[in-house]
Design a protein around this ligand. Structure first.
Ligand SMILES: [Zn+2]
Length: 324
């Protein structure tokens, strides 16, 4: 990146398009990412709907369903589903503004990761706007729980995601992983990690109208202790890395990059959504400002808040399982 633009909002230099099948609807659709220079940020437009009300902001308050994927709906009931992998790619590439046109109800799943989106976005490159890039700095821990699952946002000077998952008696088992989202880390550690599902649940999902487009081409399928895909895994802990990919996409619905440490055990789209709602209901827990100003204001963030907040936050959650 050209350093002189590091505090500016960015859009794509050119339009890029993808055609593919939706994981849940099974419908073929085309998505085009178009440069956009206003302050609106990231938004979707359903081009198959002839209406002036077919646009949906990529925002936490538009989340309408989190069953297996993150789905958005506007106030007129127009929706778009499975947005998380594309949003993950966009935020990881530093894109703040883009108009996403889609001619169907679901974003195509491609290979089940965000790699196809990332490669296309990076191949056209970024164009910088004369608008300051924003950040949301976490100032106090925000915690949500659901049974033995929890998700926490806590102060940290750079965006970081730590996730633990636990699927006993399967090939996944217990996996924890932590990624600091700086430099090339997302592209090296996360972007290629595919979504996954369980063979014994596929029939039930298909009966409920879900996973209609799911196949070994776009998901890792697990049968107990075995991986069904003949090619196996791309990396040994691909599952937990994919959960981190999902977190990056879900947290992008805050509307600006969250500068803090996301720390979770067994969290998914539903808990991520609850976490954002809780965050925005606790106005003393965060500050939104320009990246430039924030870097100065919170320069000694780690010294001030440090590891104590991890301990404090973990005191209020049921499981004290700590990832390294
Ligand atoms: Zn996913």
């Amino acid at each position: 990146m050209n350093n002189q633009y590091k505090y500016h909002r960015a859009t794509l230099r050119e339009t890029v398009s993808f055609i593919g099948v939706g994981l849940h609807t099974g419908q073929l659709s085309k998505v085009s990412l178009k440069p956009c220079v206003d302050k609106r940020g990231i938004y979707f437009v359903r081009t198959d709907i002839q209406s002036t009300q077919a646009d949906i902001d990529a925002s936490w308050y538009n989340v309408s369903d989190t069953t297996l994927s993150t789905n958005l709906s506007n106030q007129h009931g127009v929706s778009v589903s499975t947005v998380e992998h594309l949003l993950s790619a966009l935020i990881a590439c530093g894109i703040d503004n883009v108009r996403i046109e889609v001619d169907g109800p679901e974003i195509p799943i491609m290979d089940g990761s965000s790699e196809v989106f990332v490669e296309a976005i990076r191949s056209v490159g970024k164009s910088y706007l004369k608008l300051p890039k924003q950040g949301i700095w976490i100032e106090k821990p925000v915690v949500v729980t659901e049974g033995d699952k929890y998700a926490i946002l806590m102060p940290h000077s750079v965006p970081r995601v730590t996730m633990c998952i636990d699927f006993p008696d399967t090939v996944i088992g217990s996996q924890c992983y932590s990624v600091t989202l700086e430099g090339e880390k997302y592209f090296e550690d996360v972007a290629y990690a595919r979504t996954f599902g369980f063979a014994d649940q596929v029939e039930a999902l298909k009966k409920r109208g879900l996973a209609q487009g799911g196949s070994l081409i776009n998901a890792i399928v697990i049968d107990g202790k075995k991986i069904v895909n003949p090619e196996g895994l791309r990396v040994e802990n691909e599952f937990v890395r994919h959960k981190i990919l999902d977190v990056v996409g879900d947290m992008s619905l805050a509307g600006a990059p969250i500068i803090g440490h996301y720390y979770a055990h067994k969290a998914g789209h539903s808990l991520n959504q609850k976490l954002l709602r809780k965050l925005f209901s606790e106005t003393s827990a965060w500050t939104q400002t320009s990246l430039e100003q924030g870097r100065e204001m919170f320069a000694n963030h780690d010294e001030l808040y440090g590891g104590d907040y991890i301990k404090q936050a973990l005191n209020v959650v049921p499981i004290k399982k700590v990832a390294s």
